[in-house]
Design a protein around this ligand. Structure first.
Ligand code: SF4
Length: 217
């Protein structure tokens, strides 16, 4: 691997600037099993952090294991996770996933990315977050914030988030693979925003090439 010291310094600087980091909506301290991390990550897609936390807590009070979940009627799951985005589809997927885990994996979440990706509603982001937060495996969870910021900083040049994970693995030291998602999501919400980033108050503005940035404040 060809790690880049400038990249490491930039991550250190952003991390220090944001400290103490607020806790993410999906975090092992909050959701203590691989199963609850997987389900909470599903709920979090296209949903605000606060809504995710409340929806997941309501659901896990009713059922926190696949065996408990399959005993719930679909409507009960829908009610528990409402108003998460696409709550009806997510509820159906949660039920289907729970059945598959019981039938094919002995009620356990598979520790394997391909197996996770075969579950209904599970994409690369959900699979990587489950493997990294649930099992501590070194995967980079790429969402729109990570993709946008890594490109603006000039670390990588990728068109789609799907290409970004592999590209980042070449330039980011392994110790940052798991935390980089949380750091850049918070940084993307507070400073390097999607539209008109706050470059004037950014801790790395002196070295950032601002690739693709048209307007900034
Ligand atoms: S200088 Fe601007 S574009 Fe670069 S990381 Fe900071 S906020 Fe983002």
């Amino acid at each position: 691997m060809n790690y880049n010291q400038d990249t490491a310094d930039t991550i250190e600087t952003i991390h220090a600037f944001l400290s103490p980091l607020p806790r993410p909506s999906v975090h092992p301290e909050h959701f203590s099993s691989e199963y609850t991390i997987l389900i909470a990550t599903l709920i979090s897609l296209r949903t605000k952090d606060r809504v995710t936390e409340q929806a997941a807590s309501r659901l896990f009070t009713l059922a926190a294991t696949p065996r408990e979940m399959v005993r719930l009627p679909l409507e009960r799951i829908e009610d528990a996770i409402y108003p998460a985005g696409f709550y009806k589809t997510k509820a159906a997927n949660i039920l289907a996933i729970s059945r598959i885990l019981l039938q094919q994996y002995g009620g356990r979440v598979p520790k394997d990315r391909e197996a996770l990706l075969s579950l209904p509603g599970v994409g690369i982001k959900t699979a990587n977050l489950t493997l990294s937060l649930g099992y501590g495996l070194p995967y980079i969870c790429v969402d729109t914030h990570v993709h946008r910021i890594a490109n603006r900083l000039g670390w990588i040049r990728t068109k789609a988030p799907e290409q970004t994970e592999t590209a980042l693995m070449r330039v980011v030291e392994k110790k940052w693979w798991i935390p980089i998602n949380h750091i850049l999501v918070i940084f993307g919400q507070k400073v390097c925003r999607p539209v008109s980033p706050l470059c004037s108050s950014c801790p790395v503005s002196a070295t950032c090439p601002r690739e693709g940035v048209i307007t900034h404040r």
